[in-house]
Write a protein that binds this ligand. Structure first.
Ligand code: SAM
Ligand code: DTB
Ligand code: SF4
Length: 327
């Protein structure tokens, strides 16, 4: 059997996902040991470079202009602010800096030129640099690559079947198209999803199947638990349990052994015991720092104590390059 498979069938994914939880977590742990440096967890920092006022209607998102949330919309940050934030992130031990913009798509204007400068500067600091800016054309992807972008985050968020219940202003095909432009520009793809959007297990299985059967596995797969923000249509959604997170993370780890599986949004609600289960099931990255994009994140000192307690070490930058991810 080839070690990395992109030909998983839906039945195979379902069978993996539906195993008894501890058996699934054990299998994921074995795969993790074989393909990853166990005990290493990459620390990444997020920065919202353009906040709120987004024309899209993603039902989970506090930054959509269509919902009444407590976000103060702000234009694109000045380059100096981003430089300072990246330096601070590097000094506190982050090796990847991810810049997020509440845009539907990138436009070829001065803002894009400024984002390219941000990418150049962060790259020059020796950090992995990731951006999430909405839809991209092939030309824009090439320009980001030239500027030194390591990775582009573009989440599938949920299954194709459930997508229309969550977002109506773009299609799953739009999402896949941008991912393909990013891959063609030889930029690493970071793509994952959110659980807790009212989806079924079958939707989760379907999303994982789509990710694991892309032409190439994503270099990085964020697994987010919905942060139910007041004012969004999903404000009353129940919080997902750690067992659901473990099941998602473990299945992603088995299907995409070389990917970084990122324990992303929702970590703030998890005690160290729950986070430890996620690391055992194959998660090997977290976002650290006061904030994710607009919502609160874990206390950085508590994260440091967790690393000590669990004997984890921060993973150095640039260990997993997309060019090592050949099938
Ligand atoms: N506007 C761009 C886009 O949607 O691709 C980039 C920024 S957007 C905020 C990045 C990702 O954040 C979304 O794809 C979604 O997965 C995640 N996200 C946003 N709000 C969230 C929430 N309340 N809970 C969990 N994840 C969330
Ligand atoms: C991802 O999958 N999760 C991060 C990052 N990629 C961009 C974003 C989480 C955002 C959570 C809500 C907020 O803070 O606004
Ligand atoms: Fe806009 Fe991105 Fe939020 Fe959707 S997830 S509303 S595209 S910022």
């Amino acid at each position: 059997m080839r070690e990395l498979r992109t030909d998983w069938t839906l039945d195979e994914v379902r069978d993996i996902y539906n195993q008894p939880l501890l058996e699934l977590a054990y299998q994921a742990s074995v795969v993790h040991r074989k393909f990853q440096s166990t005990g290493e967890v990459q620390v990444c920092t997020l920065l919202s470079i353009k906040t709120g006022g987004c024309p899209e209607d993603c039902a989970y998102c506090p930054q959509s202009a269509r919902f009444n949330t407590e976000i103060d919309p702000a234009g694109l940050l000045p380059l100096d602010d981003v430089r300072d934030a990246a330096q601070k992130a590097a000094a506190s031990g982050s090796t990847r800096f991810c810049m997020g913009a509440a845009w539907r798509r990138v436009r070829n204007n001065n803002d894009f030129e400024r984002v390219l400068s941000m990418v150049r500067e962060v790259n020059d600091m020796g950090l992995e640099v990731c951006a999430t800016l909405g839809m991209l054309t092939p030309e824009q992807a090439n320009r980001l690559k030239e500027a030194g972008l390591t990775a582009y985050n573009h989440n599938l968020d949920t299954s194709e079947e459930h997508y229309g219940n969550i977002i109506t202003t773009r299609t799953y095909a739009d999402r896949l198209e941008t991912i393909s432009h990013v891959q063609k520009a030889r930029i690493s793809v970071c793509s994952g999803g959110i659980i807790g959007l009212g989806e079924t297990d079958e939707d989760r299985i379907s999303m994982l199947h789509t990710l694991a059967t892309l032409e190439e596995h994503p270099e990085s797969v964020p697994v987010n638990a919905l942060i139910a923000v007041e004012g969004t249509p999903l404000e009353n959604q129940e919080r997902v349990s750690v067992w659901e997170m473990v099941r998602m993370i473990a299945t992603a780890r088995i299907l995409m052994p070389k990917a970084m599986v990122r324990l992303s949004a929702g970590r703030v609600e998890m005690p160290v015991t729950e986070q430890a289960l996620c690391f055992m099931a194959g998660a090997n990255s977290i976002f650290a720092g006061e904030k994710l994009l607009t919502t609160a994140n874990n206390d950085i000192d508590e994260d440091k104590q967790m690393f000590e307690l669990l004997g984890l070490s921060p993973r150095p930058a640039h260990k997993t390059r997309r060019d090592t991810l050949t099938v």
